[in-house]
Design a protein around this ligand. Structure first.
Ligand code: ATP
Length: 309
């Protein structure tokens, strides 16, 4: 059983102050984009070795993906098995195309794919609502990878409201060499807020709110309006940790992008293009510049995790 799962870009990522539990409140507008991982679940028995899922990974970033029990796909398979009172005997193969530690929620996508593929393989018939609830236990971005399309995430990002989208948006993603650690980027965001004298705690940072202009732009499919409303509160922190991202962002803008922003916690940079022709021009400029490892052209919104033949 193979599940195909999309990456995401946060067209708005508003980060509230650090809460006493260490998390940050978010207003997070997710858009699923057409870069995908595929997670294949096949039968395994204890005789094949190991108690839990047996994992293999292919793709250009495969060496950066953990193969032990910390892998989010393996954790997802274990959680689903536990919920249904069965052993997690399964082989999982991840064909990885989403950049690792790239701010595109690739690990969460694999968790969503493993939930869907194992549920089909084991015939455990978990309802979509329960799959989303299991996903939220694994990570705040997992429910969105199951649902896809566009959605508003609140709380830590796990409270999802689906959003209407009115058309196809054209994107280019500049994949960087090496990743950025999401917790390190949040820490840097707090540090920059403290250094600016505004404070980093929940009582000194305004409550994050979704932008109505941005939601309207998604609903009407207006790329120029979406470009004007996009914002990522983690961008300054990602750029502070990786100053070369400024060059990547400038290159895409100079090549005609309607907007350029860091995707999530970075270091992948996202460029919204007017149309597919402009997206190709932006991608060529990024590749020629040497400021990224690869430039990928795609569209959004993409469907959530789906079983494929
Ligand atoms: P996010 O935007 O959700 O914070 P990300 O896209 O920046 O995440 P991921 O690719 O999800 O980053 O990986 C973050 C870390 O998670 C990796 O460095 C890796 O150690 C760990 N990890 C666990 N499982 C996986 C997986 N299946 N694929 C990739 N990374 C995984």
């Amino acid at each position: 059983m193979t599940a195909r799962v999309p990456a995401k870009v946060n067209v708005q990522l508003a980060v509230g102050g650090r809460r006493p539990d260490g998390f940050h409140g978010l207003a997070n507008v997710f858009l699923a984009v057409g870069l995908h991982d595929e997670v294949t679940a096949s039968p395994a028995s204890p005789a094949d070795g190991g108690q839990g899922p047996q994992l293999t990974v292919s793709g250009p970033d495969a060496r950066h993906v953990p193969l032990d029990g910390s892998n989010l796909a393996a954790r997802a398979a274990r959680l689903l098995a536990e919920r249904h009172g069965r052993e997690p005997h399964v082989r999982l193969h991840i064909a990885k195309d989403i950049p690792v530690a790239g701010g595109m929620a690739g690990g969460s996508a694999d968790a969503a794919g493993a939930l869907l593929a194992c549920d089909a393989l084991w015939e455990t018939r978990t309802s979509p609502d329960e799959l989303r609830a299991l996903g939220a236990e694994l990570g705040s971005d997992v429910p969105f990878a199951l649902v896809g399309g566009a959605a508003l995430g609140q709380g830590r990002g796990e409270l999802l409201t689906p959003l209407e989208t009115g058309g196809t948006f054209h994107w280019v993603f500049a994949v960087a060499d090496g990743g950025l650690s999401t917790p390190a980027v949040y820490r840097e965001c707090d540090r920059l807020r403290e250094a600016a004298g505004t404070g980093a705690d929940a009582d000194s940072v305004p409550e994050p709110r979704p932008s109505q202009d941005l939601l309207d732009a998604l609903r009407t499919g207006d790329a120029a309006a979406l470009a004007a409303a996009m914002a990522n509160d983690l961008q300054a922190a990602a750029v502070s940790l990786r100053p070369s991202l400024t060059d990547t962002l400038k290159t895409g803008t100079a090549a005609g992008a309607l907007a350029a922003l860091v995707s999530g916690s970075g270091p992948t940079c996202a460029f919204l293009a007017r149309d597919s022709g402009s997206a190709s021009v932006i991608a060529a400029a990024l590749e020629d510049s040497g400021h990224c490892r690869a430039a990928r052209v795609t569209t959004a919104p993409a469907s959530g995790a789906t079983l494929v033949e």
